[in-house]
Each structure stands twice: as C-alpha cells, then as structure tokens.
Design a binder for this molecule. Structure first.
Ligand code: ALA
Length: 496
C-alpha cells in the first residue's frame, strides 16, 4: 500500500463538478477579500504587536511585520496558483494530495488543525479577556480563565473560560446556518475593524513622540526593565530579546497576525469564479493588511514607549496607549475595545469555517470518518462537523491558556506554508503543461524563498513550542497508520 499514492487533479475537478448536492457557490472576489481580512486582523495585531515590540524587536516591530509579510507573500503566491488551479475545498491539504501523495497530505491536514482549530481557540480566549476588560473586570476570575491560570493580583484560580465557550458556540451556530449568511455578517465586521485601525493610525499620528522611536532596534547594551514585584526583564538574557535576532524573533511572534489569508483558499469550492477570484482574494487581503500593520505598529510604538508593553501596557495594549498618552480620547479606547471584540469574532468565524472545510475534504477522501462530510439537508453546510469541532475547539478555549494555543497555531501554519511552496515546485516539474489560470512568478525562486523565510520563522519560535508541535505531529502519524491509510478512498478503489 503506497504512502505516496495521489489524487488525480482531473478526476478531482470532475468529481466536484458532478456533485450537485455539494457546497453552494456563492462567494465573489470582494467577499473573498473581506473573508481574508476577516481572518487576518485580530489578536495578532491587537495583542502580539505590543508583545513583539516589548520583548523582542522594540520599535523595529515594523520591520518584523515586513519580514513576516515577505514570507507570507512568497507562500501566498504559491497558494494562489494552487487555489486557482484546484478550486476544491480543503486548501493546502488538497494541493498536497495531488502533488506529494497521501502521507504528506495527511501531515499537512493535521498541521492545519493546529492552524485553524487552535487558532480559533486562541482568539476565543483573547475575546474573553477583552470582554472582561470592557465590562471593567466584573466577570469572576474562575469562570473566564483556564484551570492553569492564577490571578497575579488576587491569587484566585481559573476553572473554565465560559465567555470563550460562548463566542465559539454562537459562531458555530452561525456557520451551520450557512456560508452566505456568515460571509455577510463577516463583511460588516471587517468594515468596522478596518475603520478602527485607520482611525487609530490617523488620530495617534499626532500623538507620536519622535524620541520614542530612538533607538529603533533594541541595543546590545539595553538596561533591564523593572517590572515591579521585585522582578526585572533583561533584554540580554537571550538572543531572541534584542538586536536583529530579536527583530527576527519578533517576526515569528507577529506572524500570527497574518494567519488566515490562506483560509480564503479553503472556500474555493464555494467561489463563483475561482480562477479569477482566488488570486485577488488571497493577495489582495495580504497586501491591504501589510500596509495597515506597518502603519499601526509605527504609530503604537510612537505613542507609547515599547518598554511600557512589558509592564502596565502588557494587556489591552492599544487601549492602554490611548488612555495613557492620548488625553481626551477615552471614547476611542472604548470604541477600539468594541471593534476588537467584533474583529476577533470574525477571525474565529473564518478559522472555524476553514477547519470544517478541511475536515470535509479529508472525510470525503476517507482519511477522516464520514460524519465530517455529512451536509445539512436544508442549509447544505457540514453541520455535524461544525458541532464536533465546537466540542474540540471549545475544550481548548475553555481549559487551555492562550499562550500555549497561540504559539502552536503559528508553527502549524508555517509548516503548511513550507509544504505548499514545495508542492508548486514538484507540480511544475511533473505536470508542466497543466493549465494554470494563475502562475506563481519566478519559479523556483519564489517557492524556495517561501520555504527559507517560513522555515527560518519556525526556527525562531520558542523551543518548547517547537517540541510540543512535534509531539502533535507524531500523534497524527499514529492515527494515520492506525486508521486513515486503511480507510482511504484511493486505497479502497485500488483493492477493488
Ligand atoms: N491573524 C489572526 C489574528 O491575528 C489569526 O488573530
């Protein structure tokens, strides 16, 4: 039984066309760009910008964003070629199945669970934090934190994160109701989210203090910062916390802010004209977000000194910067928090959508149980998958700390990016004459650079996170050899 057996692209497209009862085709280029921005702007911008500036890159967090964007651009160009050529739900998983075979496809599908499911859990936890912030901290600590967390102020222990569970439930129900409806809600949220980012940039620009931007990179002799409670933060403790290596580590941290543009490709099967709309959706949303991120981080570190983000400004950093350094704009802080809550919701929505579509494809292929591809008789959405996913993601949202889920999300995504770039090179070599509605430019330069930049970002992640991700991948291989390869459609067909 070959581990490298592949799905034929031609058969794949024919199967999708003939499946009259498949997913509805309702999405256009503009709704795809909105879907992309909906998935992209979230906890990465509003939480991790400050963390990357304070702990790793200083003011040069703008450069960290550019490095992360370059990695995403190379990978995005590869995604666009695949997505336009193989407009089938399942994204990178499906691309791998047709180019590198079943085992690699499984590995990538398993890595995508880290990206989408844990990504959704991470942002739901951030949503819970901001909700509590908006309500003035009135939600009891025990019911809005995981059991692994203890309040530094009161010493109370967390028990379960109910707000995280709540938002996951609402959004899962919305997805079951239908993709078109979900896309419409998403478009409204995207508008609010982009508007608030633009307002912060425009208003904050006037409050920037040029001395905050000097020095730009955290210097090799940066003095430690007193955190209070007798603790200090020493920039020189690790190469990840200062200098240009700090800027690269910052790129690995803010990479989270770009996760999601690839989620656009998971909706390819529901797109009216995927050949034209997919590249526009993927690259358009990436370009818009990069410009917004660089401007936003420039203003944030100009308004508040980056060292503040190690102390009082560590949580709800954007609201902190406004309240502390922009007198008279308290209303903006409240508006920003509300927009952030809406923004996080749209990120979770696209992540849950992406995950259920990847499961849909894996289940259609026999690698996952059939329950993941049952469609609702009326709404024609994979409702059982959405419900199972809610239980899985809800578990992480309710009982696991945000940091654990967040870092794993980034590694899973970077791994998927690397494999997609590799797939472009392989398919150009093996099937040079296949019609490609969108061609990745400068092959093999672009995919090779994608592999190098994304690979480098993995190596700049925290070592413990890398090990945990490895353990997850090993678990995936055990399931593959114990179940999936014996139930695979291709394997069963070959037996007949
Ligand atoms: N890019 C998404 C976010 O920043 C995952 O929340």
């Amino acid at each position: 039984m070959s581990l490298w057996r592949k799905k034929s692209i031609t058969k794949l497209l024919a199967d999708a066309e003939s499946n009259e009862h498949g997913l509805k085709k309702t999405l256009t280029a503009s709704s795809l760009v909105a879907l992309g921005i909906g998935a992209i702007i979230g906890a990465g911008l509003f939480v991790r910008t400050a963390a990357a500036a304070g702990e790793h890159a200083g003011n040069a967090v703008t450069i960290s964003f550019i490095i992360a964007a370059v990695g995403c651009l190379f990978a995005g160009l590869c995604y666009a070629e695949f997505a336009a050529m193989i407009p089938i739900a399942g994204s990178a998983y499906t691309y791998a199945y047709t180019t590198m075979g079943e085992l690699i496809a499984w590995i990538i599908g398993w890595a995508l669970i880290l990206e989408y499911a844990l990504g959704a859990a991470t942002v739901s936890i951030a949503w819970s934090e901001y909700l509590n912030n908006l309500l003035g901290g009135s939600i009891p600590y025990a019911i809005c934190h995981s059991p692994f967390e203890t309040s530094p102020l009161t010493g109370q222990h967390g028990l379960i994160n109910l707000p995280a569970l709540f938002i996951l439930l609402i959004l899962s129900l919305l997805l079951i109701r239908g993709t078109q409806e979900s896309a419409r809600v998403n478009s409204i949220i995207v508008f609010v989210k982009v508007a608030i980012v633009l307002i912060f940039i425009a208003v904050g620009w006037k409050f920037m203090n040029p001395t905050n931007h000097v020095p730009y990179v955290i210097p090799d002799n940066a003095p430690p910062v007193d955190l209070g409670n007798g603790k200090t933060f020493d920039f020189l403790q690790s190469w990840r916390n200062h200098g240009w290596t700090g800027v690269l580590s910052g790129a690995a941290v803010v990479f989270f802010a770009f996760i999601g543009f690839d989620a656009v490709s998971t909706a390819a099967q529901e797109t009216k004209n995927p050949k034209r709309d997919m590249p526009i959706g993927i690259l358009g949303s990436l370009a818009i977000c990069t410009v917004l991120y660089v401007l936003f981080s420039h203003v944030l570190t100009g308004v508040a000194p980056y060292r503040d983000f190690l102390k009082a400004g560590k949580e709800a950093s954007v609201s902190y910067a406004i309240q502390t350094y922009m007198p008279g704009f308290g209303w903006l802080a409240t508006l920003v928090t509300i927009a952030i809550l809406a923004g996080f919701s749209s990120v979770i929505l696209v992540m849950l959508l992406g995950q259920s579509r990847v499961f849909y494809s894996m289940s259609n292929d026999g690698l996952m149980p059939k329950v993941f591809s049952h469609l609702h008789p009326k709404f024609r959405t994979p409702y059982k998958s959405n419900m199972i996913l809610f239980v899985f993601v809800g578990f992480f949202g309710a009982f696991i700390p945000e940091s654990v889920a967040g870092d794993l999300t980034s590694i899973g995504t970077l791994l998927a990016f690397v494999i997609v770039c590799l797939g472009i090179i392989i398919l150009r070599y093996k099937e040079p004459n296949r019609i490609r509605p969108f061609r990745t430019p400068l092959v093999p330069f672009v995919p090779v650079m994608g592999i190098l930049v994304c690979g480098a970002m993995i190596s700049f992640e925290d070592p413990t996170t890398i090990l945990t991700a490895l353990a997850w991948m090993v678990l995936g291989l055990v399931i593959f050899f114990a179940y999936s390869r014996h139930h695979s459609n291709i394997g069963l067909e070959n037996k007949i």
